[in-house]
Design a protein around this ligand. Structure first.
Ligand SMILES: C[S@@+](CC[C@H](N)C(=O)[O-])C[C@H]1O[C@@H](n2cnc3c(N)ncnc32)[C@H](O)[C@@H]1O
Length: 289
């Protein structure tokens, strides 16, 4: 499905697998027992699939699915035969369709315009929430998160699970000098920097979703950023893309911010709160089902 009102510009430079690895995941790998970046991303997919109790028979919705690393995992490793990836990047949606995963489709558009034909059993969202609000909208981030959790509730069946990865503000409130170079690179790349604290994130989701698993993986994201930067530095000089210098700036300085503790990353495993609708504020999607 195509929502023509959204920007179809490519998210990543061509051949980004040279620095992002096979999955093209622009999100945190989990390095425990992992020999390289691909194994670290697989470790993250395994953890989230386990928390979400994904088996062959569940219907999975991946919001902000990017190039489809998680969708490929649930299809190939969990045997899922009904899944949908939502992404506002046309290039990312096309990349997912090129994977040719049986029963996996995409919705190209803003997730706030999505209305499912049938309820889903699992919602996955990796690296989306911190990218929805532009820097100028940072103050709206709690509303954006609340709307996301309400929508995910409206899209799902009783008993559903939601697994989430999002960058959060870390425990250090003093930001090191690298922060300005990181934020500048993000601005040039069109990425957002609007973050919540873990407390705020949990308080926001709690109206619709019960936290079952809550973990932070700051060191893992520092290592992922460092690995991206190392691979970017090693690219042959013949690789031409005007944004590569910005990606290098973003990854090099991002690694410092995660190591310092100014930034962190949360992984949440949540269970849908199933009770009479009267308890809930009206969800934005309630009218579209
Ligand atoms: C940081 S990337 C993460 C992608 C993927 N989940 C991964 O792990 O690599 C965030 C993704 O969210 C998508 N996105 C951002 N805002 C969106 C929106 N409002 N609706 C749908 N997708 C959105 C972007 O196009 C991008 O593919």
């Amino acid at each position: 499905m195509i929502d023509s009102s959204v920007d179809a510009s490519p998210l990543l430079p061509p051949d980004s697998s040279a620095w992002l690895g096979r999955t093209l995941a622009l999100s945190c790998g989990l390095w425990h027992g992992a020999a390289d970046l691909d194994a670290a991303q697989l470790g993250k997919y395994r953890l989230l699939a386990d928390w979400a109790r994904i088996t062959a028979h569940v219907r999975v919705l991946d919001v902000g699915s990017g190039h489809g690393g998680m969708l490929r995992h649930v299809s190939d490793e969990c045997g899922v035969t009904s899944a949908c990836g939502i992404d506002s990047s046309g290039e990312a949606c096309q990349a997912v369709m090129r994977l040719g995963l049986p029963g996996v489709r995409t919705y190209h558009g803003d997730y706030r315009g999505f209305a499912p034909d049938r309820p889903y059993d699992v919602v996955v969202s990796i690296g989306l929430l911190e990218n929805v609000a532009g820097p100028l909208e940072a103050a709206r981030q709690p509303d954006i998160c609340a709307e996301f959790f309400a929508l995910a509730h409206a899209w799902t069946a009783p008993g559903a699970r939601l697994v989430l990865e999002t960058t959060i503000s870390g425990h250090q409130s003093d930001w090191p000098p690298e922060a300005s170079r990181y934020l500048e690179a993000m601005r040039r790349l069109g990425l957002s920097g609007a973050l919540l604290s873990l407390d705020r994130l949990l308080a926001t989701c709690g109206q619709w979703w019960e936290p079952i698993h809550v973990r932070t993986h700051r060191d893992d994201y520092a290592r992922t950023f460092s690995d991206w930067a190392r691979r970017l530095r090693a690219l042959p000089r013949t690789v031409q893309d005007s944004t590569l210098a910005d990606w290098l700036e973003f990854t090099t300085n991002g690694a410092v911010l995660f190591r310092h503790g100014a930034l962190s990353v949360a992984h949440l495993g949540l269970r849908r709160i199933d009770c009479s609708g009267a308890r809930f504020p009206r969800s934005p999607a309630a009218g579209s089902r």
